[in-house]
Design a protein around this ligand. Structure first.
Ligand code: BEZ
Length: 238
């Protein structure tokens, strides 16, 4: 067993299983959590560079969802958007009796190209503890990342083409634009400085394109209702 596999297996054994969400987990929490703490991580950049074949797109027409890029790797790339120092999101504490069930749930999420990493999370200064224990200054969190080596990782995208692609994509979990708009709204609710310029720029572009009457050429939602949008598919979205 590698050190990384051992770390994954041992994580949470001291009732310290914390999961960091930077995508749909922010507004669609995992099951069984007993604490949700807004805050941020550093050393990563959030980008809509992960193809989604199972939720906001299909294998034939993949949509685009968020992943995190290691900052040192991002520095080697040519990107249209600048990096923010902090990636805001929400950390969830899973109580010991539920760790196995949540891990199973998360491992299903991992299938479409995401891998596990660990990273320190800084709770926002406005976070309050629901128990008598004070909230620690940093929390070691588990995070799912679509690494550049995974087949769904797309690399740098032209923002206008990306916005247009999001507008025309949809999958079993719904419209791709809804994922983008919900992410922006959920980020705004986390704190005063919790926005993400990459996400907001894509939202602005999508709204402009829609106002001009564009972005309507995607497949109809009815087509996906025929495929079947089950609760399970909805539940395991990235
Ligand atoms: C999330 O942060 O929402 C997330 C990202 C990748 C896989 C699962 C969840």
């Amino acid at each position: 067993m590698t050190d990384h596999s051992r770390q994954i297996e041992d994580f949470g054994k001291n009732d310290d299983f914390w999961l960091f969400g930077y995508g749909s987990l922010i507004w669609k929490p995992p099951p069984h959590f007993d604490q949700r703490v807004p805050g941020y991580i550093e050393g990563y950049v959030r980008r809509f560079w992960q193809a989604s074949e199972d939720h906001r797109g299909t294998p034939e027409a993949p949509g685009r969802v968020a992943t995190l890029i290691d900052r040192a790797h991002w520095d080697t790339l040519t990107d249209h958007h600048g990096a923010t120092e902090r990636v805001w999101g929400a950390a969830y504490h899973i109580p010991m009796p539920y760790v196995a069930a949540v891990r199973e749930y998360l491992d299903i999420r991992e299938i479409n190209g995401y891998s596990i990493q660990f990273t320190p999370f800084v709770p926002s200064s406005t976070s309050t503890s629901p128990t008598s224990d004070p909230i620690p200054k940093t929390i070691n969190t588990l995070v799912y990342i679509g690494l550049p080596s995974n087949p769904q990782f797309l690399g740098p995208q032209d923002p206008d083409a990306l916005a247009r692609h999001i507008l025309k994509s949809r999958g079993p979990s719904g419209e791709n634009r809804e994922y983008l708009f919900q992410l922006e709204e959920a980020l705004g609710a986390l704190g005063n400085e919790s926005g993400d310029a990459h996400v907001s720029d894509l939202v602005r572009r999508c709204r402009e394109i829609e106002a001009e009457g564009g972005g309507e050429e995607g497949a109809s939602l009815e087509a996906f209702h025929k495929i079947g949008s089950t609760d399970e598919q909805e539940e395991v979205e990235k």
